[in-house]
Design a protein around this ligand. Structure first.
Ligand SMILES: Cc1ncc(C[n+]2csc(CCOP(=O)(O)OP(=O)(O)O)c2C)c(N)n1
Length: 258
């Protein structure tokens, strides 16, 4: 199997089976070598979905902190050496560009992924690459770090191919705290609204018989209704198109979202 490209040839069921196998490898290796267990068990399906939808290393994935990238390592040709995780001369517990072309950015310090991905996305744009993306994966714990907001502030209106995936699991090193944690949990209550919004947009986009004026009218009334019922998300205010929340363990939903 030529990884990660050949993942695209597998069915969803085969990939789900593979996710189960990867979980076993993670538990096995971390129980012997130490390392980050929960954060990696939490990103198995997400990593699989990213690699099936995008095309690393042409698309660049920036893992915030980099402690949750074990599945990424396994899926990008490092399975055989994975047993050496965090050992001298072994596989690093974090992303390292000198370890693999699929590790886009060296990390360890949290909350830097969006700025790094924006730099990459800007370089792509300047070099005329309109098809590939820079993808930052950042946790809600890292979202309590100020550098993230500097990145979001610059990225939202940047007109580059940047995608930010907020991996919201209510946990930092321990339970997440603060206003941001509360804000993110209220976004969950907007889930049904976000789903409906996404469905309407997809129908509008896929319906050629609906003329432009009709589409615009529906869009405008949708926005008016939205503004009446709900304030938009902070991310939309910053200039992002927000999709979610998505169940981070449902491969099909993740792939659709991505
Ligand atoms: C600047 C900085 N402060 C603290 C840490 C220690 N640290 C490592 S992981 C982590 C929290 C990660 O939580 P989250 O971003 O939610 O990711 P998850 O583990 O849930 O995937 C922290 C605070 C760090 N790496 N960098």
């Amino acid at each position: 199997m030529n990884l990660p490209t050949d993942l695209k040839k597998l069915s969803i069921e085969q990939c789900e089976g593979l996710c189960g196998d990867i979980r076993k490898i993670l538990i096995d290796t971390v129980s012997k070598n130490g390392g980050h267990l929960a954060s990696n068990l939490g990103t198995v399906e997400l990593t699989m979905a990213i690699h099936r939808v995008f095309e690393s290393p042409k698309d660049k994935i920036v893992w915030d902190v980099g402690h949750q990238a074990y599945t990424h390592k396994i899926l990008t040709g490092r399975l055989k050496e994975f047993y050496t995780l965090r050992q001298e001369n072994g596989i690093s517990g974090f992303c390292r560009p000198d370890e693999s072309v699929h590790d886009a950015f060296i990390s360890g310090h949290s909350s830097t992924s969006v700025s790094a991905a924006l730099g990459i996305a800007t370089a792509m744009k300047l070099s005329g690459d309109k098809t590939h993306h820079a993808i930052a994966v950042v946790g809600d714990g890292a979202s309590t770090g100020g550098e993230l907001y500097e990145g979001l502030n610059n990225a939202g209106k940047s007109d580059t191919n940047i995608i930010v995936i907020l991996n919201y699991n209510e946990m930092s090193i321990s339970k997440n705290v603060g206003g941001m944690a509360k804000y993110l949990s209220t976004m969950r209550t907007k889930e049904s609204y976000q789903r409906t919004k996404g469905k309407i947009e997809r129908i509008l986009d896929k319906t050629p018989v609906v003329g432009k004026p009709v589409k615009n009218a529906v869009r405008n009334s949708k926005n008016a209704v939205k503004n009446m019922i709900l304030h938009s998300t902070m991310f939309e205010d910053l200039g992002f198109h927000y999709i979610g929340p998505i169940n981070g363990h449902n491969l099909e939903e993740l792939e659709q979202g991505l």
